[in-house]
Write a protein that binds this ligand. Structure first.
Ligand code: IMP
Length: 432
């Protein structure tokens, strides 16, 4: 029995979905523990693309059970839409393969409306959210006025709660932002319909996880977003509204820290960011465009273009520290083929001072000028490589330099979107 946590080491979009799908056949349970449908996990299986937002990326492996833990925020319409699409594909015949915590908080229409209204009003200071209502839903959870998945199955209490909360939300939406109010009666009827459809999936997921652990099964915890979007450890306030680091598994899924064996950090071979906020190694010119085009760097959730730049080892070291990485995966190494030379940031210069540590405050991160190390590129197409030795020498030197700079072994190298375009250097679920 091994529990492996897979989390992003950058600003999300590191390719967690592809790797979770690839890891899933080794695990019996795949578990989401934070975030919501702000995530966009792109899977390519037998040439067919599936984009998931809240359903765990293990779902295309028929032997897995996929759990949405209590730390996730659930948009019922979004979740039901994904489940329906999976059923249509024939990828989900048995509802017991998707388990949704009754304790997970709901994203309701006023959360998405408030998210968009606030971003619009913030103009130049906007976070650049996905507009999925994530922040407002987590706010209500922490303010102890949220409505949870299991509440959809208790009509009387639900009607009272919706009416009470609607008054407050509509006051803010109409009075402050001049947005259309939400009709609580209509929402109530909608919630009852959602409840009926979701009931077969609702579960006391902590019990399901405990039983799996007792039975000696492998558990895979699937992070969403990434370390630098974490509400505490990220580039605040340009972050999401949940903890995305590995430690969030305990609270967000309901298992103790003693049950976690391995933490896999996932990084791209370069860096991308969607939305606002500082990005020290960003390339806004020709090189950024080249990376974006070669790597098809467009958001899976919102379709926005992703900002692109060189790999940043200062960030990787910080991510290794706050997550306790035991192993690393490098994604999209193939995108770097054909670049005459490659750069990796190894330190920052901030107001003339050199530092190898990721700064504590936003102004320092904004002022950070990367100090680069240059490595030779390679011309060969690496997409056909199936073992580490198939990679050209300079590609291996790049991987090994990342490993040395991060202080964590690179055990997986991904060189294309398909399952087979994955090189593994060690058994990911081996016991510690
Ligand atoms: P929110 O999570 O929608 O509130 O957005 C907050 C910030 O996190 C914005 O910069 C988003 O672009 C970013 N973000 C949220 N989810 C993802 C993701 O899955 N990948 C990349 N960026 C994300």
């Amino acid at each position: 029995m091994t529990s492996l946590v897979a989390v992003g080491a950058q600003w999300g979009d590191e390719g967690k979905g592809k790797l979770v799908d690839w890891l899933a056949p080794r695990a019996q349970l795949v578990v989401r523990f934070q975030g919501g449908n702000n995530a966009g996990h792109t899977l390519v299986v037998d040439g067919e693309q599936t984009i998931l937002h809240v359903v765990p990326a293990g779902v295309l492996n028929p032997a897995t059970v996929n759990v949405i833990g209590p730390g996730v925020v659930v948009d019922p319409a979004g979740l039901l839409g994904e489940l329906e699409a999976l059923k249509q594909k024939g990828a989900l015949r048995d509802p017991s393969r998707v388990r949704v915590s009754g304790r997970a908080h709901l994203i309701l229409p006023w959360h998405t409306a408030l998210d968009k209204a606030r971003e619009e009003a913030a103009r130049g200071r906007a976070i650049g959210t996905t507009g999925r209502g994530i922040g407002p839903a987590y706010e209500d959870k922490v303010a102890r006025r949220g409505i949870r998945v299991a509440d959809l199955l208790r009509p009387e209490a639900l009607e009272e709660a919706l009416g009470r909360i609607a008054e407050q939300k509509n006051f803010e939406l109409e009075g402050y932002y001049h947005w259309a109010p939400v009709d609580s009666g209509q929402l109530y009827r909608q919630c009852l319909a959602w409840g009926r459809e979701l009931e077969p999936y609702v579960d006391h997921t902590e019990r399901t996880l405990e039983a799996a652990l007792r039975d000696g099964k492998h558990l895979l915890f699937e992070g969403a977003q990434g370390t630098f979007l974490d509400i505490d450890h990220g580039t605040y306030p340009y972050v999401t509204s949940s903890n995305c680091v590995a430690g969030a598994v305990c609270a967000g899924a309901g298992i103790g820290p003693t049950r976690i064996d391995r933490v896999l950090g996932i990084t791209k071979a370069y860096t991308t960011r969607v939305g606002g906020g500082p990005f020290p190694t960003e390339e806004t010119g020709e090189l950024g465009t080249k990376l974006r085009e070669r790597g098809a760097e467009f958001g899976a959730t919102t379709g926005r273009i992703r900002r692109c730049g060189w790999l940043d080892a200062v960030m990787l070291r910080e991510a290794a520290t706050v997550n306790g990485f035991t192993q690393l995966a490098i994604n999209k190494l193939d995108v770097l083929s054909g670049m005459p030379e490659l750069r990796i940031a190894t330190a920052y210069r901030i107001n003339g001072k050199l530092t190898e540590d990721f700064p504590m405050t936003l102004p320092e991160i904004e002022q950070a000028e990367p100090v680069y190390e240059t490595l030779p590129g390679w011309d060969e197409d690496v997409t056909g490589a199936r073992c580490y030795e198939d990679l050209p020498g300079d590609a291996r030197r790049y991987v090994e330099r990342v490993e040395a700079l991060a202080g964590v072994p690179v055990e997986i190298v991904s060189i294309g979107p398909g399952r087979d375009a994955t090189i593994s250097r060690a058994e990911p679920f081996r016991a510690r």
